[in-house]
Design a protein around this ligand. Structure first.
Ligand code: FAD
Length: 623
């Protein structure tokens, strides 16, 4: 469409008020761009389509990163959290994941308040039906709504979630929808296909919602919240909501029998669904078929709110008919009399192959058009939110004529995710795990502010309060480190104080001593009482920083080596076909493309760090 008359005009238009859309719109507006959040209904802004929880391992890191750059999700989750738990608490800080169950209503309200309170941000309700292109057809110029209104924009971010050609499956029923009760978006899919973007089909599912008044809670084991809730946001000083317990039940052999006997009724198994689902979040049908020999699967019964009787049975997503859902639920302890409030369902939707995107999340095919969230083949609120922030930031910069921004995989999980998506693409819904990051010793949830807030400040994403809190934390951390480095002991003195150190005669600073396993500030305060003055919240950060210092040195060397390796050339006669230990697929790609350098090999879709290491070893051997 090229006739250029418009009803409204903005620097940035964000389509979709889900988790990606809210962060995108708020980020664009924070940098000063006049922004519109165009979504079907403001009432659904901040809706959690599936599990009422934020964070977890890997995902919690993303929320901290969003927060460190001034985003919304951390503070909203803190305002709505009703069961905070730090996952992997017993493991190293690098893989600890903050998580909370959220009160759905409080989450929605807090997100809507944050969006309403954001300067430079206007809400437009409507259905985006088409994109308006500039005269030459290579640049986005705006959006056309189903009701005929046209909005001009310097840049557009699409964050349409599961809505593109969404099709719900419940047994043999098929309902075109974006989520249950909400119409799908068909026009946008067609507009993206017209631009030549490669679309694919994915699926996800959700369990039935249960009436908590019909659950026999007294017979169930419980899981409590942490006694000392760890908030997501660096700005949150206290969690105000009362904390609740979850119930725990299990599937039984009878549950498995009912599901097995009904598999022919499952949309997932009758061949009705062509999309690929998340391997890490399988439906109960999948679990029974693939891991049927297990005698039971644990199911957490998570209340959806403080004044809400709805319960989310985590781990039971399904596309079986409602009658079968009720039968298998009632075969589980504590659920013998359970009533279903809303049946579970599966949904298939279109996504765009993320290899069509630059590392800024702008499409290669159309300047000024950005995509973020589930539309890029990811799953999860946190993955969506983090992409939204980057896309919104870059959309604002594109509209304002500023240079684009990319985030490196050595700086953030956000960088890891965008790099994975845009280089490797997806064969199933992409979810974040700590194992995806090669530099996870430095990409910790605790230090997201140190990694990203300076960048957020430079880009205009971070407000005054956060800037002040960050500066105060930095000063306090530096002062604590200075104090610790100024105090020292000889090995003999350390031994007398009950600390085990090498008898090498070298004096060790309190900072170095703190990096030793089993040593903490409390122990060191027995030697140097002034250390007891470090406030507990800061003390934990100081201990982690000191503990990782030695490893980080090693990691920095690895990062430098990686950069050197990337520059390494590969001889034209290199024997890719003879490389042992490679998958057939990667060997074939290497043989066909014959990369001339390690950096070029790295750019091949599907390339893994392990495969690159094999090429490097062979190169070194030949050198
Ligand atoms: P959404 O949160 O879906 O938001 C999309 C927004 O775009 C909505 O506000 C919609 O109204 C708006 N919109 C769409 N098209 C248009 C248009 N044309 N015009 C205007 N507005 C438009 N994640 C997990 O991690 N684990 C799970 O088990 C899981 N299960 C899920 C099950 C179901 C049934 C669904 C629907 C989702 C599930 N998810 C799950 C995914 C999770 O909900 C999403 O990953 C997350 O919400 C994606 O965020 P988003 O911002 O990309 O899209």
């Amino acid at each position: 469409m090229t006739s250029q008359s418009f009803d409204l005009s903005f620097d940035v238009v964000v389509i979709g008020g889900g988790h990606a859309g809210c962060e995108a719109a708020a980020a664009a507006a924070r940098t000063g761009a006049r922004t519109a959040l165009l979504t079907h209904a403001f009432a659904t802004v901040g809706a959690m389509s599936c599990n009422p929880a934020i964070g977890g391992i890997g995902k919690g890191h993303l929320v901290r990163e969003i927060d460190a750059m001034g985003g919304l999700m951390g503070e909203v989750a803190d305002a709505a959290g009703i069961q905070f738990r730090l996952l992997n608490r017993s493991k190293g800080p690098a893989v600890r994941g903050p998580r909370t169950q959220a009160d759905r209503k409080l989450y929605r309200e807090a997100m809507q308040a944050a969006i309403r309170g954001q300067a430079n941000l206007e809400i437009v309700e409507g259905d985006a039906a088409d994109l308006v292109l500039g005269e030459d057809g290579t640049r986005v110029a705006g959006v056309e709504l189903a009701d005929g209104r046209r909005i001009a924009a310097g840049a557009v971010v699409i964050t349409s979630g599961t809505f593109l050609n969404g099709l719900i499956h419940m047994g043999d029923r098929r309902i075109p929808a974006g989520r249950i009760g909400e119409a799908p978006s068909t026009g946008l899919s067609a507009a993206l296909a017209r631009l030549g973007l490669k679309l694919g089909r994915l699926k996800t599912g959700t369990p039935a919602r249960l009436d908590g008044r019909t659950i026999d809670w007294a017979s169930l084991d419980r899981q409590a919240a942490d006694a000392d809730p760890v908030p997501f946001s660096y700005l949150t000083t206290r969690i105000a909501n009362p904390q609740i317990e979850c119930g725990i039940t299990r599937t039984t052999p009878e549950t498995h029998r009912i599901i097995r006997d009904s598999l022919h009724l499952s949309a997932l198994y009758s061949g009705a669904i062509e999309g690929v689902g998340p391997r890490y979040c399988p439906s109960i049908e999948d679990k029974i078929v693939k891991f049927g020999e297990r005698d039971g699967h644990q199911v957490f019964l998570e209340p959806e709110g403080l004044d809400d009787d709805t319960v989310y049975p985590n781990g039971l997503s399904t596309s079986l008919p409602e009658t079968v859902q009720e039968a298998f639920l009632r075969s589980m302890p504590g659920l013998e009399r359970v009533s279903i409030l809303k049946a579970g369902y599966a949904i298939e939707y279109d996504h765009v192959d993320p290899r069509e995107l630059r590392a800024t999340l702008e499409t290669r095919a159309c300047a000024g058009l950005f995509l973020a969230g589930q539309i890029n083949g990811t799953t999860g609120y946190e993955e969506a939110g983090a992409q939204g922030l980057l896309a919104g930031l870059n959309a604002a910069r594109r509209a304002g004529g500023a240079e684009p921004v990319t985030i490196s995989r050595s700086d953030a999980y956000l960088g890891v995710m965008v790099d994975d998506l845009t280089r490797t693409g997806v064969s199933e819904p992409y979810r974040m795990f700590t194992s995806r990051a090669e530099f996870r010793l430095s990409l910790r949830a605790d230090n997201a502010d140190r990694r990203l807030t300076p960048l957020g400040l430079e880009l205009g994403l971070v407000g005054e309060t956060r800037a002040r809190v960050f500066a105060e934390t930095e000063t306090a951390l530096a002062a604590a480190r200075q104090t610790l480095e100024a105090l020292s002991l000889t090995p003999t003195e350390a031994g007398r104080a009950g600390l085990q150190v090498n008898g090498d005669g070298r004096r060790r600073s309190a900072w170095t001593l703190l990096s030793q396993p089993g040593t903490d500030l409390q122990r060191l305060s027995a030697i140097w009482p002034q250390l007891a003055d470090i406030p507990p919240k800061l003390a934990e950060r100081v201990e982690i920083e000191a503990g990782y210092d030695v490893y980080l040195d090693r990691q920095r060397r690895d990062q430098e080596r990686l950069r050197r390796d990337e520059a390494r050339t590969i001889p034209a006669d290199f024997d890719f076909a003879g490389l042992k230990g490679l998958s057939n697929e990667l060997r074939q790609k290497l043989v066909q493309r014959r990369p001339a350098s390690i950096a070029e090999a790295e750019g091949i879709d599907g390339m893994t760090p392990a495969a690159l290491a094999l090429v490097l070893v062979a190169l070194r051997r030949g050198a």
